[in-house]
Write a protein of this length. Sequence first.
Length: 175
Amino acid sequence: MRMLKWILCLSVPVLIAVPAYANTTANTTKAAVFPFDFHDAQQDGEIVPQYNPEDLRRLKLVAEELKALMTKDGKYSIIDLAPQAKAIDTASPFHQCNGCEVPIAKDAGADIAVTGYVDKVSDALLSLQIIARDANTGALTKTMSAAINGNTDELWLHGLRYLWRNRFNVEAQPK
């Protein structure tokens, strides 16, 4: 009898937790976060731009940080875009194609397509943009930009986190 009580005590929380987890997963927005684009004004006019490897590393750093923030938030689940690598390579750069990422995101099963773009004017002045589109309609759902005054990991991440807290993750206010 005593063993039966222990089994019941241990199994009840598990039974209660499973439906709650299943419900949370069902309510997440599936997001396709594409590799961020990069423009370095110092390379304008070059036939084959020689981008600074640190800038390209930071580009991946901020894209991965956005994915981590979206996942941690619990409102989003990130879609694996590895199967769409060829289509992504063909369509990019996304900041110049006016929504060409949308069919790729839709084919991947995403609800939204998220792209990012860093415009480097100099090591002292950069701009980070994030754009989200509805994967079914292509409509813009979020556009945002932050100025970054310096070229370090910390400053790029600060700009991204600012956009996350104050623009991306903010629900529309009723009018």
